[in-house]
Design a protein around this ligand. Structure first.
Ligand code: HEM
Length: 502
């Protein structure tokens, strides 16, 4: 028989050992060993050699529809092997918010697809949207904020209002024609001029060939970056795309030449760092010049990267142009919705003056139309990548995993929306005010959220209201107005419309 004191000592020792073992496995992340090792792996369907689970996405218009169906079988968080890439699909508002916001700092990288590398001069870190999170990205985002989120009634906001009104009124002259109008090239030029004026204080005549080519080039790149390629997951297929990639490289060089010759000109050399920057281009120049003057050699943004940032943000005009064409693709089939927008414009603005972006707060239905089109298009959240081993909904997510955050489901679920396939802008109006449900996340969230969403709202509102104030939009015979979903981008040749004066 052991003495009572020895039994007590053994008991205390056991407790201490159990505590230390639990602590080591539960709380302490050591190098090389995944954190949360006690968590479960997400479930996963049976895979096949080489392509993994890629065959499960076949037959769907957009992969995200497949993710919804697979979610019904495997739960809201499940693992897929797409070719050589480890992926996890995250469904459901709570889980998506966990990835974007609560653990946003664990999932702030972007996929390392060879295509992205090639599109950005061999380094995807040059890109605002496809780079991994870094101090450079923070600087780039911080510098942009003043221009992409201009505060209401500040000088920048008022200047933007004037600009949007001016370009919208110019657009009305261009579309005031008998017969059918191919709207896309006209609209893209107006959006481009709004962006070039706002960010670089430059303006171009619609008949300027170099300008028209630049707009076309941006549109081509926008289409390209919005495509999903099997080669992103099976890199050995990349050689089949070399011709395409070469074409894209030529297009990006043409854009760079335009930016140098027509936008920057001698502005870099002439800018005096003692003066306040007047626009985003000058902010970039100022930042780079001041960094160059530093003696410690620490630079967060060199001129080459600044040029990419400038091009990326100017390229935002293609996103809005393409989005608006899709919006008109919906609207042309919805005369009742057109009538309601016009009723709102007539009530709030009348016919004596153009609509201003300052009227937005009094025109919730028109805002609702914009959001309803965004909802139905269901453009995906740019995939994220885990920068460390973490977890979502209690499942381990290994470092390096690509995350598909399924906002398609949040935009289209029957559980979240009444009659989700219908175009019903009033779902965004509550008690006479614009209202966005919490589960609707078309612009992502957290530190990698969309930098352009305010401009999307302002520019779309200005252009849509201007057209509806003066015209009805009518169909052209035999034109197919089906709107492709799952991406903002449309091909070069798209819908024609008839604009009938009211
Ligand atoms: C209807 C039009 C648009 C939609 C639906 C849209 C949606 C999105 C989404 C979902 C993301 C990813 C967010 C995330 O990962 O959490 C994103 C990123 C981004 N968007 Fe947009 N966007 C639109 C237009 C624009 C425009 C016009 C601009 C430029 C003015 C812009 C600039 C950006 C940038 C720079 C990023 C990357 C931010 C980062 O990774 O740090 N977007 N957008």
């Amino acid at each position: 028989m052991l003495p009572l004191f020895t039994v007590f000592l053994i008991f205390v020792l056991l407790i201490v050992i159990i505590f230390l073992v639990c602590y080591d496995y539960t709380f302490k992340a050591t190098d090389g060993r995944p954190e949360n090792i006690y968590l479960q792996e997400p479930p996963s369907p049976r895979k096949v050699p080489i392509i993994g689970h890629m065959h499960l996405l076949a037959g769907y218009e957009v992969p995200y529809q497949a993710f919804v169906d697979l979610g019904k079988k495997f739960g809201s968080v499940f693992k897929l092997q797409l070719g050589s890439v480890k992926c996890v699909v995250v469904n459901g508002q709570r889980n998506i918010r966990e990835a974007l916001v609560t653990k946003g700092h664990h999932f702030d990288y972007r996929p390392n697809f060879e295509r992205y590398q090639q599109l950005f001069s061999g380094n995807k870190e040059n890109s605002l949207a496809f780079c991994d999170w870094s101090s450079t990205q923070k600087v780039r985002r911080d510098m942009l904020k003043a221009y992409t989120f201009p505060r209401a009634f500040t000088n920048k906001f008022i200047a933007l209002d004037t600009l949007i009104t001016r370009e919208s009124q110019e657009l009305l002259k261009d579309i005031d024609q008998e017969g059918s109008v191919h709207l896309k090239p006209i609209l893209l030029k107006k959006c481009a001029n709004i962006f070039l004026n706002h960010f670089c204080t430059e303006n171009f005549d619609s008949n300027n060939d170099k300008f028209a080519k630049m707009v076309e080039n941006f549109d081509e790149i926008f289409y390209e970056v919005n495509q999903g390629y099997a080669a992103d997951f099976l890199p050995f297929l990349m050689p089949f795309h070399q011709k395409k990639m070469q074409k894209m490289s030529d297009v990006t060089h043409e854009i760079r030449n335009f930016i140098h010759e027509e936008i920057i000109k001698d502005k870099y050399n002439n800018f005096n760092t003692k003066t306040e920057p007047n626009d985003y281009l000058e902010s970039l120049i100022s930042h780079v010049k001041i960094e160059n003057e530093k003696t410690d050699g620490e630079s967060t943004l060199d001129w080459e990267m600044a040029l990419f940032a400038l091009e990326d943000i100017i390229g935002g005009h293609s996103a809005i142009g393409n989005f608006l064409i899709k919006l008109f693709g919906y609207l042309v089939k919805e005369p009742e919705v057109q009538r309601k927008i016009q009723e709102e414009i007539d009530d709030v603005v009348g016919t004596e003056r153009p609509v201003s972006i300052c009227d937005r707060s009094s025109m919730p239905y028109t805002e609702g139309v914009i959001f309803e089109a965004i909802r139905l298009i269901a453009s995906p959240i740019v995939p994220r990548v885990a920068n460390q081993t973490s977890s979502i909904d209690g499942y381990t997510i290994e470092k390096g995993t690509v995350l598909f955050l399924n906002n398609y489901d949040l935009s289209m679920s029957e559980k979240l929306w009444d009659e989700p396939t219908k175009f019903l802008p009033e779902r965004f109006v509550k008690n006479g005010k614009f209202f966005k449900p919490e589960h609707f996340l078309p612009f992502g969230g957290g530190r990698r959220s969309c930098m352009g969403y305010k401009l999307v709202q302002l520019v779309s509102f200005g252009i849509l209201s201007a057209i509806m104030q003066s015209f009805n939009i009518n169909t052209v015979q035999n034109e197919d107005y089906r709107v492709p979903v799952g991406s903002l981008a449309l091909g070069k040749d798209t819908y024609k419309f008839k604009f009938e004066r009211r």
